[in-house]
Design a protein around this ligand. Structure first.
Ligand code: C2O
Length: 548
């Protein structure tokens, strides 16, 4: 087993985008942050040193963290944050995964600038199940804010209103030529004709799902969330925050004398405001006769992208994703279920505290909940409290398995959908086979919610629009080759059904990967108990685990 060592020095650095200079939180002064490269089976050891005024915690999004839950990273769930001047070493082994994932800060909104790719290569000598690419290129989408994002969310939570939105989307940290004062900050991918490139796409944006396309080029999807899929061709793809997608790009055989635009812009169905702008980069063919590509007057070919609220594109794209499910890469879909859960997920509001004016819906405060419970982060990490037997006053095990208030979830919501605030977990005995239906609600508008589960991949066995029907819908579940992933968009005005086997003991966060919904409480945690055998137990905590 190889060990890959990294030192992540969290420090401030100045960057200018859209003619706006700003000091941002970075790792090693870089934006986006450095990439982690490892092979399946490797141990990864990352020492994070906090040299900024904020508390920090980093999450290795999509890494299974088998029995190493201490290294998962969400603040107040698996660890207390790393305080200013302190350090913590994350130590984990990559098991049974290969492809693209990413790391990001998991506290407040620091994820807006603290993120970077994780690239997991197959074991040495093991080929990809697709033609070997000529080159591999990470493409990480993000958002640029002229404002300080810590102030943006603090202010939104204080007033109860929706937060300000970003000023640009970015490709590898660069907004691109379609924004004012941004031409020089454009991502350029220079390619040779007749070659195959593997693009490792990552959506690290805070609050928006994105459509992506490259003009006049077909993309072949081969992997999502570090799991291979049955390859399919598409001109456009949809990627939610928290999702990663590997695509093959075959460049045209005879040097076409052009530069093509690649572009990403949001898919959004909610009523709220969002950044409705387009980030773009360039796909430039290297010309043997370079005068051509230097010709500034050549028209750029732009890709066409679906309408902002094109939910049928989203549903159709989701239905194309299938596991490889072959002898080498089987899909171990749980065929039987021990526990069924039904969670309503959506927005809502909380009464305005006395003596305060709130700028949320009808003078209330925005909130969001699962089964009407809006999750409050505790003051010490749940995993520590559990491990040391000190849950009292930290969390309760009373998370409801079904909604307490039943209504027509996708119709007109009732007036009495009272949200309760609490820190409640759902307990699962080791190896429980779980089926979970996530039902979107239309309280304050139907919106898609990209749901992410820590510590696991799950199989997406079904999805549909309207209210989930437990008598009818399961007969259409795909238990043969459903896609296996760690983040799934709960359809706007619909539901999704997932299955997983709770074989990884620990405390595992599950939440909407829109940071604004996360801040409003659209989150919960699973507490998976140890099994009986020694290799079914959570490992003891590292000695440098931060204290609260
Ligand atoms: Cu990508 Cu809880 O995170």
């Amino acid at each position: 087993q190889n060990t890959r060592h990294y030192t992540f020095n969290v420090k401030m650095n100045e960057f200018t985008r859209l003619c706006h200079k700003k000091s941002i939180v970075t790792v090693n002064g870089k934006f986006p942050g450095p990439k982690i490269v490892a092979r399946e089976g490797d141990r990864v050891v990352i020492t994070v040193v906090n040299n900024v005024q904020y508390n920090v915690s980093l999450h290795w999004h999509g890494i299974r963290q088998l029995r190493s839950g201490w290294a998962d990273g969400p603040a107040y769930i698996t660890q207390c944050p790393i305080q200013t001047g302190q350090s913590f070493t994350y130590n984990y082994t990559i098991t049974g995964q290969r492809g693209t994932l990413f790391w990001h800060a998991h506290i407040s909104w620091l994820r807006s600038t603290l993120y970077g790719p994780i690239i997991i290569l197959p074991k040495r000598g093991v080929p990809y199940p697709f033609p070997k690419p000529y080159k591999e290129v990470p493409i990480i989408f993000g958002e640029w804010w002229n404002a300080d994002t810590e102030l943006v969310i603090a202010q939104a939570l204080q007033t109860g209103a929706g937060p300000n939105v970003s000023d640009a989307y970015t490709i590898n940290g660069l907004p691109g030529p379609l924004y004012n004062c941004s031409k020089k900050d454009t991502f350029k991918l220079s390619v040779k004709p007749g070659k195959t490139y593997l693009l490792r796409l990552i959506n690290a944006a805070l609050n928006d799902e994105l459509f992506f396309s490259i003009a006049n080029h077909m993309l072949t999807v081969v992997e999502t969330d570090a799991i291979y899929v049955k390859p399919f061709n598409t001109k456009i793809l949809l990627i939610t925050p928290g999702q990663t997608t590997n695509v093959l790009l075959a460049t045209k055989p005879n040097s076409p004398s052009a530069t093509f635009l690649m572009a990403a812009r949001p898919y959004a169905t909610g009523l709220g405001t969002f950044d409705n702008s387009t980030t773009a980069g360039l796909l430039q063919y290297q010309q043997p006769n370079s005068s051509l590509s230097n010709n500034k007057n050549l028209p750029l070919l732009k890709p066409s992208l679906p309408a902002l609220n094109d939910t049928s594109f989203a549903a159709n794209f989701a239905s194309k994703l299938r596991s490889l499910a072959n002898a080498q890469f089987p899909a171990n879909v749980p065929q039987t279920v021990d526990r069924r859960f039904f969670f309503t997920v959506g927005l809502g509001s909380n009464p305005c505290p006395k003596n305060q004016t709130c700028q949320g819906p009808n003078g209330t405060k925005f909130s969001a909940s699962i089964n009407n419970v809006s999750f409050i982060l505790p003051t010490t990490a749940i995993l520590q409290s559990y491990y040391f037997g000190q849950s009292n006053g930290i969390y309760s095990t009373s998370f409801p398995s079904f909604p307490l208030i039943k209504f027509n979830y996708t119709g007109t919501p009732p007036n009495n959908t009272v949200v309760t605030n609490g820190t409640k977990v759902e307990v699962l005995p080791f190896n429980t086979s779980v089926e979970l239906v996530l039902q979107g609600t239309s309280i304050l508008g139907a919106e898609s919610h990209p749901f992410h589960l820590h510590g696991y991949n799950f199989f997406v066995v079904g999805q549909g629009f309207g209210n989930y029907d437990p008598n009818k819908d399961p007969s259409n579940f795909n238990l043969v080759d459903p896609v296996e992933r760690n983040t799934i968009g709960v359809p706007s005005g619909g539901w999704v059904a997932i299955r997983f086997r709770a074989d990884n003991p620990g405390v595992w966060f599950m939440h909407c990967h829109f940071d604004v919904h996360l801040s409003w409480g659209l989150k919960m945690a699973w507490l998976v108990l140890d099994g009986k055998l020694p290799n079914q137990k959570l490992q003891p905590p590292p000695s440098d685990l931060p204290k609260c």
